[in-house]
Structures are given as C-alpha cells and as structure tokens.
Design a protein around this ligand. Structure first.
Ligand code: HEC
Ligand code: HEC
Length: 295
C-alpha cells in the first residue's frame, strides 16, 4: 500500500488488491449499533409476549405470555361498537317508524345500518339505492328513490309494504274486450290520457285505476297518467298488460310480487330501519301526523 492512501491508524484486514486497495476495519457508527441491539432485544420481547414461534406438533404455536389473540382484540372492538349501538337499539325498539324519522340522531344511525340491510335483502330486486331493476317485461321491481308510489310513500305505507309484502292484481282482459277495444284503450293509456276513451269507464278500468286514471294506492294500481311505467310502455306492451293482466295467475300474466319480510326474514327493528332508509331515499311523503320524537 502506497503512502498517499495511508489513512493513519485505521487498522486494515491486511488484504490488499491491485497493490492499492486496502480493506479497512471500520466499526459502524455508535447510533447504528445501538439501534441494532435495541431491535434485537425488541424481537425477543415481542416473541415472548405475542404468539410467535411455531411448534413442531402440527398447527400449534407458542401462545405468548401476553395472552393476546386476534379474536380477543376483535371482541374488544366489537363490545365498544355494541355499546354505542345498544343505546340506539334499545331506544328504537319501542318506537314507531314515524317517531324514529322525527328523531334526527336515530334517523342517521338507522340509515347507516339500513344501507347494509337494503343491500342484503332488497337490492337484488330494487337495485342499489333503490334505482329499480329491469327485465324484459319492463321494470321488475319499482324504483324506490322517486316520489312515485304504487302503495303509498308515507312512512307507515312503506313500513306496511315491507312487513306484509305487496301484490297488485289486475285480471286478464283478453276474454272481456275485443282486440279493437284493447287497441283503443292501449293508445289512450300510452298517450297518458286513459280517460279520453269512454271504454275506460265502461269496461271497469275505473274501478281500480280511479275515475281520473291516477291509480289507487290501496290497490297498488298504477297511475296511468304520469308516464311513469312499471311495464313495457309501448302500445304493444300496454296491450299485453291489458290482455294478460298483472299477477292474474296465468303463465302469460305480468308478475309483480313484493315478498313479505316480517318474521322469518327480518326482525321488527330491521324492518323499521329499512322503512326509514327507503323513506330517506328522498321520495318519502310527509305524514300529517308524524309523531314527536320519543323522550
Ligand atoms: C323478489 C324481489 C323483491 C325483493 C327481494 C324486494 N322487493 Fe320490494 N317490491 C318488489 C316488487 C315486484 C314490488 C311491486 C309489487 C307490485 O307491483 O305489486 C315491490 C314493491 C316495493 C315497495 C312499494 C313501492 C311502491 O311504489 O309503493 C317498497 C317500499 C318495497 N318494495 C321495498 C322493499 C324493501 C325495503 C325490500 C327489502 C327488505 C324489498 N322491497 C325487497 C320486489 C321485491
Ligand atoms: C282489479 C283492478 C284492476 C282493473 C279492473 C284494471 N287494472 Fe290495470 N292495473 C291494476 C294494478 C294493481 C296495476 C299495477 C300492477 C303493479 O305494478 O303491481 C295495474 C297496471 C296497469 C297497467 C300497467 C301500468 C304500467 O306502469 O306499466 C296498465 C297499462 C293498466 N293497468 C291498464 C288497465 C286498463 C286499460 C284497464 C281496464 C281495461 C285496467 N288496467 C283495469 C289493477 C287493475
């Protein structure tokens, strides 16, 4: 090693390459050694405290002296959540859906859990967020986030719908009307003016759809004047509806069944939450006798 590379008294390994490159023996800095030692100690502490070293007897492991398990941690987290929830759940147990709706805090809580319930139980038919789903017959299940209601959009109407289910019924008319009559009616309905033809009254449509053709919520008969359609809205499609009816029990009929959810499927509390959740889509109709917030 030549003199110009002499770095003083730093010891070397004695190994020299190309007559010029020496191998110094430099200690790493102190802070680095301290860090290394501290981590080594930490690893040992961690191993002893937490479940760590796998044992050879199949699937077993050293459980650690701290007694920590993922399940315990999850349960601790859950009991915190349950405590928060319990307060609300206890409160809403004896409240009517209208009273829940009148309580801002509860409504917020209920809408949050309602989202999950709706996703699990309703979205398959009504679409995420109640946008409705279609099949080749038209709308398979009604849109729930608009203000157009077959069976009523007051909080209690919605609640009743979910509790007991709904099934509007319109008989098949193909044996009661001539093809010309069906054609005239279908064209009047398609134009949004069902009452323009006297057939609407003469053939009994008014009995269910009302004298003005706007439907009756007690029967879930559609409003035929608002150009909101459940089924195929072409003249041909409307003829099909008139000819074959809705839920008329024949293979050709249009089918529209809202299942009942009380009992087996959902608890009373869950149904109340869903009623408020659906109402809060934005289409819910104000109720003159909304109950005051519960004490
Ligand atoms: C199997 C499909 C299906 C499921 C699941 C379903 N629905 Fe329905 N729902 C329907 C159909 C079809 C109708 C319309 C019934 C009719 O036209 O007679 C309807 C009607 C309704 C109505 C009345 C709409 C109106 O215009 O008056 C509400 C409210 C409603 N459903 C809410 C729900 C909620 C909340 C859930 C989940 C708990 C749910 N539905 C689950 C098919 C379904
Ligand atoms: C027994 C009661 C009843 C009678 C009578 C009746 N309807 Fe209906 N109609 C209904 C119901 C209920 C619905 C809604 C079905 C649903 O969406 O669940 C309906 C739906 C319809 C629809 C579909 C609307 C849409 O949005 O797609 C048309 C069209 C219609 N009716 C026309 C007629 C005409 C025309 C007559 C007379 C020839 C008539 N209805 C007689 C009960 C009746």
């Amino acid at each position: 090693m030549s003199d110009k590379h002499n770095a003083g008294d730093v010891p070397t390994t004695g190994h020299v390459w190309d007559d010029d490159l020496g191998d110094y023996i430099n200690q790493p800095p102190k802070w680095w050694m301290l860090g290394l030692t501290a981590s080594a100690i930490w690893v040992v502490v961690y191993w002893i405290f937490y479940p760590s070293i796998p044992l050879s007897n199949g699937g077993s492991f050293f459980p650690g002296v701290g007694g920590w398990t993922a399940i315990k941690e999850m349960e601790a987290d859950k009991s915190v959540v349950d405590e928060v929830r319990g307060k609300y759940e206890a409160k809403l147990k004896d409240m009517t859906p209208a009273a829940i709706l009148a309580d801002g805090d509860l409504t917020e809580y209920v809408t949050r859990s309602g989202k999950v319930l709706f996703g699990d139980n309703c979205a398959a038919c009504h679409g995420q967020n109640g946008v409705g789903t279609k099949d080749k017959q038209g709308l398979f299940a009604p849109i729930l986030n608009d203000d157009d209601w077959l069976f009523g959009g007051k909080i209690d109407d919605i609640h009743t719908t979910i509790v007991g289910g709904r099934q509007g019924m319109m008989m098949a008319h193909k044996d009661m009307l001539s093809p010309e009559e069906v054609d005239t009616l279908a064209n009047a309905v398609a134009a949004g003016t069902p009452t323009a033809t006297p057939l609407f009254t003469d053939k009994g449509c008014v009995a269910c759809h009302g004298a003005d053709g706007k439907g009756m919520q007690a029967m879930g008969s559609a409003n035929l004047t608002d150009s909101v359609w459940r089924f195929d809205s072409s003249v041909e499609g409307i003829k099909y509806t008139i000819n074959n009816g809705v839920n008329a029990g024949t293979p050709e009929t249009r089918v529209a069944v809202m299942p009942a959810f009380q009992g087996a499927k959902l608890s009373d509390a869950e149904i109340k939450k869903l009623a408020v959740y659906v109402y809060k889509f934005g289409g819910g109709q104000a109720d003159a006798q909304v109950a005051p917030a519960a004490q």
